[in-house]
Structures are given as C-alpha cells and as structure tokens.
Write a protein that binds this ligand. Structure first.
Ligand SMILES: Nc1ncnc2c1ncn2[C@@H]1O[C@H](COP(=O)(O)OP(=O)(O)O)[C@@H](O)[C@H]1O
Ligand SMILES: [Mg+2]
Length: 247
C-alpha cells in the first residue's frame, strides 16, 4: 500500500528541517572554532605591530625598507582591530549600554567590506553626526544590521550595485537606520512573507529563512520597529526605528 500523501509530506518536511538544522549546527560549531582561531591570531599580530614600530625607530633604515615596514605595520594594525572587533562581537553575554549607532554602522560596514567587494557592491554611508544614543546591547545592533546588509549583498550577487546605510533622527524620541539596496527587489507575494520563520528563496546552504524573523524579534525586543518597501527591478529599503534614550 502506498503511503498517504499527508504522511509523505510530513516526512519530507522533517527531512528538510533536519538537513537545515544540521547545517545550522555545523555553521555554529564552525563559528565557535573560528573564534578560537581569531583569538590565536591576536598575539602574533601584536608582535608584528610592535616589531614594525621598533624597526621604524631606528635611524639607519633605508627609505625603501621604511616604506615596506610601515605598510606591514599598518596592515597588521588593521587586522588586529578587526580580530578584536570580531571577538567582541562573538561574546554571548548581554551587555546593555548607550550605543553609538554611527560607530556600530562603521564596524559593520568595515566588517562587510570584503563581502561587498567580491560582489562588486559599493557601500555608501550617509550619517547624521548629532545622533542620540540608543540604550541596547551593541552586539545585537550589529547582528541586526549584518543580517539585513548580508541579504542585500546576496541579492546583488549577479550584477553588483549599491548598498546605502543612512542614520538619522527625525525627532527627539526616535532614531532611524535606513538600509537601501539597488538589487532585484522582492516580489509582492514574497514581500508579505519575508519575516516568517523558514521563508527563504535561497538554495539550501545559502539561507535558512531565519534571518529576518530573528532580526524583527531583536528589533521589537528593544521597542523598535522594522519596515520594508521594495520595487522589483529597482531595489529594497529596510527602515529600522529605535526609541532614543531620554536625556
Ligand atoms: N535586500 C533584499 N533583496 C531581495 N530579497 C531579499 C532582501 N532581503 C531579504 N530578501 C528575501 O527575503 C528572504 C528571507 O530573508 P532571511 O529571513 O534573511 O532568510 P535567508 O537570507 O536565509 O533566505 C530571502 O530569501 C530573500 O528572498
Ligand atoms: Mg538572510
């Protein structure tokens, strides 16, 4: 006797879910191991930075060598900042503080520079210098923006384009981060589902469909809101709005 369609469907869903969960688990494990590797990189990078500074203090260093050592030193310095930022971001403990949104955006854009460059995407930044702070966990804000910007980069995989991140404060009670891309846009029937858990248009291994679901929860958890508008063929804009700390 043939299996009933319902059982068959149930089985298929479970198998799919299991594969997805197994993949997520693998990536999480990889993340934990990578944290250790990044930690290991810290010490040699510090050695390179301080050794290059010592060399540059010598008087009899030929100009050519000086230039090279300066480059080595500044690249090692950049990597060292990146690894420290990564370790800080990977921390699990919650720590609520007055978050400087502009600095957080800078960190995320810096972090995604390579991901953008390899897709021929330019990252643009429009910022309001007099932005008030937001009282939340800075790492959560990084995660929120990483999710949204990575989606935009993945959507522009084929043709490149522009991702613009704008910070602004329209009134004293709230602050907005507007992330817009010039990607393919989202069709109306998908647009109403993107915040559902497990909704994805990506191949297995490229997306879990959990990104925007989690992002929305994280934003709403601190009393904020997330809105999306999209035009097929023109691009997508996400607007995050957060309540501002009263001063
Ligand atoms: N900037 C964007 N441009 C086009 N499509 C997007 C964009 N952001 C999200 N999407 C769509 O929303 C879906 C759900 O996103 P998400 O919840 O992050 O899951 P995932 O990235 O794992 O697919 C994506 O699969 C994609 O179809
Ligand atoms: Mg995603």
């Amino acid at each position: 006797m043939k299996a009933t369609p319902a059982r068959h469907t149930d089985g298929a869903i479970n198998e799919d879910l299991l594969k997805q969960l197994a993949y997520n688990e693998k990536m999480a494990e990889l993340g934990r191991i990578s944290t250790g590797v990044v930690h290991e990189l810290n010490a040699p990078l510090s050695v390179i930075v301080s050794a290059s500074q010592l060399i540059l203090r010598e008087e009899s260093v030929p100009e050519f060598v000086r230039e090279m050592v300066e480059r080595i030193g500044s690249e090692a310095q950049r990597l060292s900042q990146l690894t420290r930022g990564l370790l800080n971001f990977s921390r699990h403990e919650e720590s609520i503080s007055e978050v400087d949104v502009n600095l957080t955006i800078d960190f995320v854009l810096d972090f995604l520079r390579y991901e953008a460059a390899r897709r021929a995407v330019s990252l643009l930044r429009v910022l309001d210098y007099r932005l008030p702070t937001v009282s939340m966990d800075g790492n959560v804000l990084k995660q929120i923006m990483l999710n949204i910007i990575m989606n935009a980069l993945q959507a522009m995989e084929a043709d490149g384009g522009i991702v613009q991140v704008e910070s602004c404060s329209r009134n004293s009670a709230e602050l907005s981060i507007i992330i817009s891309d010039t990607g393919p846009g989202i069709a109306a029937e998908s647009l109403e589902r993107i915040f559902e858990p497990y909704f994805t248009t990506k191949k297995r291994g490229e997306g879990t469909g959990l990104g925007l679901f989690v992002t929305k929860e994280l934003v709403e958890n601190v009393g904020g809101s997330i809105e999306v508008s999209s035009t097929v063929g023109a691009g997508t804009t996400f607007t995050l709005t957060f309540p501002v700390t009263e001063s």
